[in-house]
Design a protein around this ligand. Structure first.
Ligand code: SG7
Ligand code: ZN
Length: 274
């Protein structure tokens, strides 16, 4: 009955039942990637992952937003697609966002042999062959395909700089900015050059409602970004401008937005490289 569905903790209705669903799921993300446990799949090698990100997006289609949980760059251009590899059909890029931590020792969602990177960027695609729209994609077991790219501390990343330069305009939750610059952002350059080395498995969203709907493609090769670029992300706030006092600003800093690895997951990890 409706009586029973209400928890005494007074949780939001939207998330009622989420805990139950997550407890029963054996494909929750992120996971620790145990390199030696990945099964080599020759099909991934013979049908390579193909990334088609044109150099320049259609005018006005790069939209940056502070979601209160992360920065999100929406890509409203249907020509940005990935196919092949573990994917069935054509998957269109919808948005890019990232996860990070309070310092450089933690921050990535996936771990590689129990080691964390300083952060992880996610390229979220939806399967246009299987789904009518991105809205219904989370309801399909393979509705979304997310490419994960690790951040490693080092030299500033020139392409990412075009994005981090704009983060001061969206400091507060809900704020938005159009990504404009003299030289347009080339999204392909946010990926490492080599996208042939990756681990793949059938997992979930890493934020509520944690749907079992994601084909994960975690790249082995990281990109290098600088301390300043990491700090620009940690400077974002999870509070709205109207709610911000000096105090809430200090505690509203988005310094940690990664989900820990889900030990109960029993996924089959595959790779197409040796
Ligand atoms: C971020 O991560 C956002 C979400 C995203 C979520 O909170 O980018 O996207 C939107 C539309 O706000 O959720 C459905 C979706 O893409 C989880 O994405 S993730 O599993 O790749 N980390
Ligand atoms: Zn993510």
């Amino acid at each position: 009955s409706t009586e029973q569905s209400h928890t005494p903790t007074g949780k939001h209705d939207l998330f009622d039942g989420v805990d139950q669903v997550v407890r029963e799921s054996v494909r929750q993300s992120p996971i620790n990637i145990n390199e030696s446990e990945a099964v080599f799949d020759p099909a991934l090698l013979s049908n390579p992952l193909k990334v088609t990100y044109p150099g320049k997006a259609q005018d006005g289609s790069l939209h940056l937003k502070n979601t209160g949980h992360t920065w999100k760059l929406s890509v409203g251009d249907p020509n940005f697609i990935i196919e092949g590899g573990p994917l069935f059909g054509r998957c269109q890029l919808d948005q890019i966002h990232a996860h990070w931590g309070p310092d450089n020792t933690v921050g990535s969602e996936h771990l590689v042999d129990h080691c964390a990177y300083a952060g992880e960027m996610h390229f979220v695609h939806w399967n246009t062959t299987k789904c009518e729209s991105i809205d219904v994609a989370p309801l399909h077991e393979d509705g979304l395909a997310v490419i994960g790219v690790f951040f490693k501390l080092g030299a500033p990343h020139p392409e990412l700089q075009k994005l981090t330069d704009n983060l001061k305009k969206i400091r507060f939750s809900g704020q938005e900015a159009e990504l404009k610059g003299e030289i347009p952002l080339d999204i392909r350059k946010l990926l490492p050059e080599d996208v042939t080395a990756y681990w793949t498995y059938e997992g979930s969203l890493t934020t509520p409602p944690y749907n079992d709907c994601v084909t994960w493609i975690v790249l082995k090769h990281h990109i290098e970004i600088s301390e300043d670029q990491m700090e620009a992300m940690r400077h974002l706030l999870s509070v709205k401008e109207a709610e911000a006092g000096t105090e809430s600003e200090a505690c509203g800093k988005l310094t940690q937005n990664y989900r820990p690895v889900q030990e109960q997951s029993r996924v089959k990890l595959r790779c197409g490289f040796n």
